[in-house]
Design a binder for this molecule. Structure first.
Ligand SMILES: NC(=O)c1ccc[n+]([C@@H]2O[C@H](COP(=O)([O-])OP(=O)(O)OC[C@H]3O[C@@H](n4cnc5c(N)ncnc54)[C@H](OP(=O)(O)O)[C@@H]3O)[C@@H](O)[C@H]2O)c1
Length: 344
C-alpha cells in the first residue's frame, strides 16, 4: 500500500482526492491536514466519506508526519508547496502539487503572474509537468509533479493534435472556456455565492488570466515554436465542469481531422474523441477522470472548432493527480479512476 498524505484536505480538490483514493486498491490516506479544522474527523466534515474514513482526522501540517508517507499531495493555494516541498523531497517522499507552484519553467515569469517571488526556483529543474498524454515517460521517474491547471488541461488536450502536427496557425488560436463555480475553491467569496453565480454567465480575466502562460508554454513546446493564444474564461452556473471551445485556422484543409484526433488519442485511457458530429457535454464527465473531445470544420472552411470538456476537480485536478501517482509508482494507470460520470 502506498502511504499518502494530503496537505489542504478541507478544500474541494482535497476532498476529491479523498473520494478517489477511498476507491484506490493500492493507496491509503494516512495524513490529512487542515489548520482551521484541526482535530475534526473527515467523516464529520464530509459525511459522504463516513464509511471510507471512520477515524481519520485533520491535523496541522507537520514535516515528520508528511515525510512518513510515500507521497504528499498539495491541494493548497499557490506558495504553500514552495515552502514545504524541499524538506519532503529531501526525506525521499515524492510530491504531487495541484497548485501552480511548479507549472511554469521560468521563475521570473511565475513571479510576474503570481505577484510574489518564486519560493523554490532551485526545484524547478526537478519538476515534471504532469500531463500524462504528453509527459508519461518523464512522470515515471519524477519526484516532483506539477499537476496542470483545469483550463490548461482542457485547452491543451483539445489543441495538441493540431499543434503537434503543425496544422494550427500558431498566431491564430482562441480559447473561449466556461467553468463551474467549484473552480474557485471552497473559500467564501462574494462571486461564488448562489445569488451571484446562479442564473448568470460572465467573462473574467480577459486582460490576462494566470492560466494563460501555462497554456502557451505547453502549446509552444508541442509546436516547437512560440504560440500566441487569446484565452477568455467564463463563470457559468454549474458546480463542476469545464467546457472549452477552441478556434484556430487550419493550414492544410486536406487533412482528415477526425482521423488525426482519433489516432493521437487511440491509446489514451482518459481522452475520448467523440464520433464526428457528436458534441461533448460537461455532464458526461462529471465525477470521472475523462476528457471528451470533438473536432469540426464548419462549412468546410479554414477555421477548426474543437470542443473539449472535463470535470475541473477530476481530470482538471485530483483525478489527474492520482493518474500521475499511478504512473510514478508503476501501477495500472486506471487504478482508482474507473468511476463513471453521473447522469443526470
Ligand atoms: N478547484 C479547482 O477546480 C482546481 C482545479 C485545478 C487546480 N486547483 C488548484 O488546487 C489548489 C487547491 O484548490 P481548491 O479549490 O481545493 O482550494 P480550496 O478549496 O480553497 O482549499 C484550500 C485548502 O488548502 C488549505 N490551506 C490554505 N492555506 C494553507 C497554508 N498556508 N498551509 C497549508 N494549508 C493551507 C486549506 O485548509 P486550511 O486553511 O484549514 O489549512 C484548504 O484545505 C489551488 O492551488 C488551486 O488553484 C483547483
Amino acid at each position: 500500500m502506498i502511504k499518502v498524505a494530503i496537505v489542504g484536505g478541507t478544500g474541494y480538490t482535497g476532498v476529491e482526492l479523498l473520494r478517489l483514493l477511498a476507491l484506490h486498491p493500492h493507496a491509503q490516506v494516512k495524513v490529512i491536514t487542515s489548520r482551521s479544522e484541526e482535530g475534526v474527523r473527515v467523516a464529520d466534515m464530509y459525511p459522504n466519506l463516513r464509511e471510507s474514513y471512520p477515524n481519520l482526522a485533520f491535523t496541522v501540517p507537520d514535516a515528520d508526519a508528511l515525510t512518513s508517507c510515500d507521497v504528499v499531495f498539495f491541494a493548497t493555494p499557490h506558495g504553500v508547496a514552495h515552502s514545504l516541498a524541499d524538506e519532503i523531497l529531501q526525506a525521499g517522499t515524492r510530491v504531487i502539487d495541484l497548485s501552480a507552484d511548479f507549472r511554469l519553467e521560468d521563475a521570473d515569469e511565475w513571479a510576474q503572474w503570481y505577484g510574489q517571488p518564486h519560493g523554490a526556483p532551485h526545484l524547478l529543474a526537478d519538476a515534471i509537468y504532469g500531463l500524462p498524454e504528453v509527459n508519461r515517460d518523464k512522470i515515471k521517474d519524477a519526484r516532483l509533479i506539477a499537476v496542470p491547471g483545469c483550463y490548461p488541461t482542457a485547452v491543451q488536450l483539445g489543441l495538441l493534435p493540431l499543434v503537434e502536427a503543425g496544422l494550427a496557425d500558431p498566431q491564430q488560436i482562441i480559447a473561449s472556456c466556461a467553468s463551474g463555480v467549484s473552480g474557485a475553491g471552497r473559500g467564501a467569496k462574494v462571486g461564488s455565492l448562489f445569488c451571484e453565480a446562479g442564473e448568470n454567465m460572465m467573462a473574467y480575466g480577459v486582460k490576462g488570466h494566470r492560466h494563460l502562460p501555462e497554456i502557451k508554454q505547453g502549446l509552444s513546446r508541442a509546436a516547437g515554436q512560440p504560440v500566441e493564444l487569446t484565452f477568455v474564461p467564463h463563470l457559468v452556473p454549474m458546480i463542476r465542469g469545464i467546457h472549452a471551445t477552441l478556434y484556430t485556422t487550419v493550414v492544410d484543409r486536406s487533412v482528415d481531422l477526425q482521423a488525426l484526433f482519433e489516432q493521437r488519442y487511440q491509446n489514451e485511457p482518459f481522452v475520448d474523441v467523440l464520433p464526428a458530429g457528436v458534441f461533448p457535454q460537461t455532464r458526461t464527465v462529471k465525477g470521472a477522470n475523462m476528457c471528451r473531445i470533438a473536432v469540426q470544420r464548419p462549412q468546410n472552411g479554414d477555421v477548426v472548432v474543437v470542443m473539449s470538456v472535463i470535470d475541473n476537480l477530476v481530470k482538471g485536478a485530483s483525478g489527474q493527480a492520482v493518474q500521475n501517482m499511478n504512473i510514478m509508482f508503476g501501477l495500472d494507470e486506471n487504478s482508482g479512476l474507473t468511476t463513471i460520470a453521473l447522469i443526470p
